[in-house]
Design a protein around this ligand. Structure first.
Ligand code: AMP
Ligand code: GLY
Length: 436
């Protein structure tokens, strides 16, 4: 008999996961804010609601008597949905809201690093009055990152040297955050190459996925405002060509230290931990820690994952991850997101027609925040369709995505430069010179 899994989330990352679960024989019950046609097509039942009310959602889920629940997006993980399910003895493969504080409170994350001496911390201050904000940011000898502590969908962080015309504007922004949240996190700003480490954990053991890089800026050549992510890459040997090998080993070690610190702190973290790092000229810094699969990078790793993903989730829930048989295919992946025209500024969602006929095995089209049918979707204001290709090199995979764009008709925007040879070579050069 197949295992019944309730999956919460309706984006591209959840589509990739749903397909893996379906392939490994699970029966899917899904809850999603948009009626994602791809996820719907492989689910036996769906609840489409924008509500994130934990009573409503846990009631629906418990009624279906699933064998396991996986809550995927951050906006649901910060509610007490998982806590309610656990209280009712439902098996979950994701963190409780308290363990999820590692993402939902950037202040908690920095303080945890300090308390447990986890390497890679940044100098930071938590400020709770306008006087201190003014005083700190008026010091123009340093650049700072101004951050709301809570979730902002990757769009709340502002850097003094990049997002403002002058310090007065930066101070105003920090004050706005303080007036809304009663506190604001101000960190030293660092420069370098960012990358993401994603690992599966049951709170004890860990399985590392290939490291990834996502491209947050809206426009080509990393220009424009930050978005949720316009695309992402992974490479053949689980590493990236512009990240020094010893940095990669240290990043893995630091990521494990988070799992251990949370356990020592009384919070067993179960699910996917996703740590964003920055390789600087001569060091490694933690930029952010997330308690879930990355979007888009989660899709890169789910594209090359090998093994029974349904079993993986059970092993996470049952604290038996050391017995899981999961590996990653030695292929490079490049993912590019197709987004509505004006995305991130003033979106004008359109219809997209999608032709998947004869789609090669090494190319995948994942459906994100869309509705409608699999061959004709209605975009929303968010990212619409992700195309991922796997090949022997990142630039090859990038070209393969381009070669399959004819399959999508309609008005959209995207970044074509993601994964291009020129882009990778420039990054390798920067690694060699340390000139970030
Ligand atoms: P976050 O939401 O913390 O991941 O921040 C979004 C983006 O802002 C990161 O991917 C970085 O590019 C940038 N960022 C965040 N914190 C810092 C920092 N302390 N120094 C430099 N850049 C940062
Ligand atoms: N890759 C950005 C995020 O998942 O937050």
């Amino acid at each position: 008999m197949s295992e019944k899994i309730a999956l919460v989330g309706g984006g591209g990352r959840e589509d990739a996961l749903a397909r893996k679960l379906f392939e490994s024989g699970a029966e899917l019950i899904t809850i999603m804010p948009n009626d994602n046609p791809s996820i719907r097509s492989i689910s036996t039942e769906c609840l489409v609601t924008k509500s994130r009310d934990a009573n409503l959602l846990s009631g629906f889920i418990m009624d279906k008597k699933p064998d396991l629940v996986y809550v995927s997006p951050d906006s649901y993980l910060e509610t007490n949905l998982v806590d309610k399910l656990e209280f009712n003895k439902i098996k979950v493969a994701c963190p409780s809201s308290t363990a999820f504080q590692i993402e939902s409170s950037k202040i908690f994350m920095r303080q945890l690093m300090k308390r447990y001496g986890i390497p890679g911390n940044l100098k930071y201050e938590v400020l709770d009055n306008e006087y201190d904000i003014q005083k700190m940011l008026s010091n123009t000898s340093f650049e700072f990152a101004i951050k709301p502590s809570g979730l902002t969908g990757g769009k709340g962080v502002r850097l003094t040297d990049q997002h403002f015309n002058n310090r007065v504007e930066a101070i105003d922004y920090a004050k706005q955050v303080f007036l809304r949240d009663k506190k604001v996190l101000i960190e030293e700003a660092v420069r370098g190459e960012e990358f993401s480490v994603q690992l599966f954990t049951d709170g004890i053991s860990t399985i590392f996925a290939p490291i990834a890089q996502d491209y947050k800026r809206l426009y080509e050549n990393d220009k424009g405002p930050n978005t949720g992510g316009m695309g992402s890459i992974t490479d053949v040997e689980l590493k990236l060509p512009f990240i020094r090998p010893q940095i990669y080993e240290r990043a893995k070690d630091i990521s494990k230290r988070f799992v251990e610190a949370l356990a020592q702190d009384g919070q067993i973290f179960r699910g996917v931990l996703y740590v964003q790092f920055m390789q600087t000229k001569d060091d490694l810094k933690v930029i952010e820690v997330n308690g879930r699969l990355a979007d888009p990078e989660g899709m890169n790793i789910l594209t090359v994952i090998e093994g029974d993903v349904t079993d993986l989730l059970f092993k996470i829930a049952d604290a038996e991850l050391k017995r899981a048989k999961i590996t990653f295919r030695r292929k490079a992946t490049t993912l590019k997101y197709l987004v509505p025209p004006g995305y991130g500024i003033s979106p004008k969602p359109d219809i997209l027609r999608i032709n998947t006929e004869g789609l090669p095995d090494h190319v995948h089209i994942y459906y994100s925040s869309v509705e409608g049918e699999v061959n004709e979707v209605k975009m929303t204001d968010s990212r619409a369709i992700a195309i991922v290709a796997e090949s022997d090199s990142i630039p090859d995979a990038s070209s393969m995505v381009e070669m399959n764009l004819w399959r999508i008709r309609g008005n959209y925007e995207m970044r074509h430069d993601i994964g291009s040879l020129k882009f990778i070579e420039e990054k390798v050069e920067k690694m060699k010179t340390g000139n970030y």
